[in-house]
Design a protein around this ligand. Structure first.
Ligand SMILES: [Zn+2]
Length: 283
């Protein structure tokens, strides 16, 4: 059956780009609502459903838009936590253009959801079952593929970075809540120091700090304490992929194989998948 929250919960944090305090309130929502964001700071309080077809920017995060210039960005880590907790319906109020970055991972969101009572609803949950292999490849040859699977979601992901501290990392697991909690939720966004310096110089990431990202400087990690888990970087990419897959509107029965891809690729893959009804089934 579908699930929603038993009661509302408010989370406060800092916006990565604005550096402002952002208040996020997760509310219960009726059956078949899906995950809907509402900008409470704007006069008309526009609502935007978290669907792949409403993603308007994938450069640094997944950003939703309503086609009228209203945006909600950096949804992917919260979406990952909602996916794994099996929350089908929620109305999420946010008083800023971006969600709070928290510690750059899904850990805070997951821990809050974990403590919340959920309510089983009256409609059955419907899953997205992949029937045919669909692949999106970019002009550099990096690709992401969805394939049929017997049950659940399996993700295989690899990345390759010049810095030896990251190097080649691979993830290849069934996605269960246990795996999510121990290996995926704590994994933070990562970047290079020169990228941070550049983004700060053009007025972005005002809220960025070592409190909400892993920052690499050549062969050095600037965060005290280093990485939180082995292969934190690729595991964070898996978190992003789960959150982005949830913009399909469903839990997925399939296998995702990705090599050096990001938000853009997953979004293009979903567009390609849904463009042909022979590719999938909603069951
Ligand atoms: Zn991310």
């Amino acid at each position: 059956m579908q699930k929603t929250l038993e009661k509302s919960i408010t989370i406060k944090g800092t916006g990565l780009h604005s550096g402002c305090e952002v208040t996020l309130t997760l509310n219960p929502a009726p059956e078949n609502t899906g995950i809907v964001f509402k900008r409470t700071d704007l006069p008309l309080q526009p609502e935007i459903k978290a669907l792949y077809s409403n993603i308007v920017d994938t450069r640094n995060c997944s950003c939703l838009g309503d086609g009228k210039g209203n945006l909600v960005s950096t949804i992917e880590h919260l979406m990952g936590a909602l996916y794994i907790k099996g929350i089908d319906n929620a109305l999420i109020e946010v008083d800023n253009q971006e969600l709070p970055i928290m510690d750059g991972s899904a850990k805070v969101f997951y821990d809050i959801l974990q403590d919340l009572p959920l309510r089983e609803q009256k409609a059955p949950r419907r899953f997205l079952k992949i029937l045919k292999e669909v692949c999106f490849t970019d002009d550099k040859g990096n690709s992401v593929t969805l394939k049929p699977a017997e049950k659940g979601l399996h993700i295989k992901f690899d990345i390759e970075f010049p810095s030896k501290i990251v190097g080649h990392q691979e993830f290849d697991r069934d996605i269960s809540e246990d795996v999510f909690v121990s290996e995926i939720a704590p994994c933070r966004t990562f970047c290079e120091k020169y990228q941070v310096d550049y983004l700060k110089s053009i007025g972005l990431i005002k809220g960025g700090s070592l409190e909400n990202a892993v920052v690499l400087d050549g062969e050095t990690i600037l965060n005290e304490g280093g990485f939180r888990v082995k292969n934190e970087c690729v595991n964070h990419k898996v978190l992003d992929a789960i959150g982005d897959l949830y913009t399909s509107g469903h839990q997925v029965i399939g296998r995702l194989e990705a090599s050096k891809t990001g938000h853009f690729h997953t979004n293009e893959l979903l567009k390609k998948l849904f463009a042909d009804q022979n590719n999938y089934e909603i069951i």
